[in-house]
Design a protein around this ligand. Sequence first.
Ligand SMILES: [Zn+2]
Length: 83
Amino acid sequence: MTTPTPAPTHMEIQITGIRKHIAVCITETGEKECGIRSSVWDTPVPLNSWIRAHANETGHTKYKKHTEEPVNTFSKRVKASDQ
Ligand SMILES: [Zn+2]
């Protein structure tokens, strides 16, 4: 199988939104993780409060903090003059 030579392109990745912060409880409860997710916030500041509140309520001790950043890809055709 031969692959046709693709036209020269340059893949751009562009951030398209605000970085979001979320915490997830990964404490094992019996056979599986608790898995409860916090709300999604634009700043990381509320994460610790959410974790403390959930820990107070449940006694759960293991968490992960995640950030999400929406991005788009788009390919730019490389101009012959750029090569
Ligand atoms: Zn939990």
